[in-house]
Design a protein around this ligand. Sequence first.
Ligand SMILES: Nc1ncnc2c1ncn2[C@@H]1O[C@H](COP(=O)(O)OP(=O)(O)OP(=O)(O)O)[C@@H](O)[C@H]1O
Length: 338
Amino acid sequence: MAGKEILDINKLCIGYGKGKRAKVVHDQLQAKMFTGELVCLLGENGTGKSTLIRTICGFQPALGGEASLMGKDLLQLSEKELSKMAAVVLTDRVIVPNATVEELVGLGRSPYTGTFGILNDEDKDIVHTSIEKCGILHKKKERLSNLSDGEKQKAFIAKALAQDTQIIILDEPTAFLDMPARVEIMQLLRQIASNSGKSVLMSTHDLDLALQMADKLWLLSAEKGLLTGTPEDLLLRNEFQTIFQNKGIEFDNKTGLFRVGYDYNHEIPVKGHGFEYVLLRRAFARNGIKTIRKAEKDTTWLEVCKNVSTSFKYFENGKCVGQEKTIENLLTLTLNNR
Ligand SMILES: Nc1ncnc2c1ncn2[C@@H]1O[C@H](COP(=O)(O)OP(=O)(O)OP(=O)(O)O)[C@@H](O)[C@H]1O
């Protein structure tokens, strides 16, 4: 069931400059966001994800159209009003290396504190809970310069949480992180959205993670503008396939994941199944060999055998002419016999 509407973008025009010299990056953008949703904004390099995020955050003016946050015209909100409604985490964030995690997260309370930024007991509690929710309580007193990239990202997310806003907007929060850290950050943002009812909008290049974890995707492309929907509905509508066509990415209908598109120059039948079969296919595809299911008529084929331990057999004229323990050796044998 859809939550309450939080963000409404209507015929929004984004870009740079003014008047005749304006550079329009996108026009007529439409989208909505609801409470409790994790939305991933996807698109190729240079399609305008950062421009859209900066416009929604009020960091650059819209060239036209409307955007409202919790029913208020976002483009007319003052910086102070906006800071109580939307917390922003940008990639090119300014890092204060000498600040501790606690001090950084404390800055998230600035929309609510006086000029000197003095935190009262309630602010301190919120800072503590925010750090705890992000799983870095043990790093509370640590300086940012001593944190890993993943921990730093968590500290910035904790700061956004401490800001106590309905929406959190992040520009590529998983950039520069390794795979486990990417998954961890996405899981954290998922939890924030589903447990606290906040809305989280993040841009990312992590297609597979976004497909698995986002409630909705905003798919930005030069040709089609902004397409929105659940990952599954966008897949059913073939939107990914159209957008990434001819760009070296293929969507695998069997796994529901994207994979690199290969250029095949050879074909070989394979008999077998299981994990070994999947890995064999992948290694061969990378080397330009398309694997097909062995048919009755085939006299040359590869076979995955799992009798005692796994081995791979090479058959020629119906006879086994080679048995290998590794995919590497099987590949060499196949390439040599081509
Ligand atoms: N300050 C600027 N002035 C004029 N044009 C700009 C400016 N910043 C970005 N652009 C242009 O706007 C377009 C969209 O850029 P943007 O950075 O929003 O894309 P992006 O989707 O975030 O890319 P990436 O995935 O590489 O971060 C690009 O053509 C870019 O060259």
